[in-house]
Design a protein around this ligand. Sequence first.
Ligand code: NAP
Ligand code: F7E
Length: 337
Amino acid sequence: MPRVALITGITGQDGSYLSELLLDKGYTVHGLKRRSSTFNTERVDRIDVHPRHPDARLFLHYSDLTDPASLTNLIRDIAPDEIYNLGAQSHVRVSFDIPGYTADVTGLGALRLLEAARAADVGCRFYQASSSEMFGATPPPQREDTPFHPRSPYACAKVYAYWSAVNYRESYGMYCANGILFNHESPRRGENFVTRKITRAVARIEAGIQDKLHLGNLDAVRDWGYAPEYVEAMWLSLQQDQPGDYVVATGEGHTVREFVEAAFAHVGLDWRDHVTIDPRYFRPAEVDALIGDYSRARRALGWAPKTLFADLVRVMVDADRQLLEDERAGRLVRVDR
Ligand code: NAP
Ligand code: F7E
């Protein structure tokens, strides 16, 4: 029998890459989609044959992390072997504007899903998408035993979800694993995260349809990896004999300024001619520096990053140039290059 996975957040960056990985491994994949007034499944629409087709192995279901009954019913009906909880209000800056909603979805949502999995008693393994944001103000390098000091409603919610997963492991013997993932990016990254905002702007400025790029804090240091490689670590963390928690990172830190500089330089432009600072993008509390020590993941999971900073910037800028070229030529546009 093919193994069955349930992914919350399947319509997001990571969910789309994880679906592809699991389908390649022969899984049947179920994903949770939210009711929305506009289409929100663009990242996964390309993946599989139509659900009515006899060979279909990808199925989307209306549900929501704020709706416990829908989660319980879904888990009971599909009896997954593995659950990946990637669903979240995942934008740190926005979490300051909607703290209660962020806590509800990103924090309590994980608890609801854990409880639904426990109640269904189907013996499934559970992956929680934890975040380097939980380390917040604690200086780098950060690893699994580094104290958490969250600096945003998003990070506080992720700490709650992290400990909920640990608590279900210790209380009920459930196989729960936390992946503490540092920033990971791709051409599918949401357009209001800083890397994609930059690469999209570079493509548009090069094409002459945009002049300025407005950014916030250029001094923040992040450890940026490549999302398709990070979803492999998610899968690996559910394939071990014993459940554990793993930092997934590249071990390299770069400032936002360095990312900007590299992205503009890739198309032969000087970033100083185009970037202006807009205090609207500053955060009430900033996370100054995140650089992960992924030694445990390398040792226990055999995982290591392959795509590092310079290649990541190049891949993302080139993907946005291609996307723009296709849009302007009226060709079929896909977000997945
Ligand atoms: P993303 O692109 O923002 O995707 C978030 C997903 O969550 C989307 O599918 C979204 O659905 C879904 N979602 C939002 N609210 C929901 C709700 N109420 N109920 C159910 N689903 C809901 O995020 P990502 O970059 O793929 O990240 C995946 C997970 O890893 C998130 O939990 C994020 O917090 C965490 N994480 C990300 C990073 C990173 O650098 N990317 C690092 C560490 C941890 P819609 O498409 O309908 O909005
Ligand atoms: O910001 C600075 C900003 O929004 C990175 C999420 O996936 O990774 C992500 O959270 C840095 C910050 O990502 C702009 O102040 C400057 O210091 O791309 P970001 P994030 O906040 O690190 C973690 C690991 C997650 O878990 C989250 O879900 O860039 N910055 N100027 C800016 N950031 C944005 N968004 N926009 C700007 O204009």
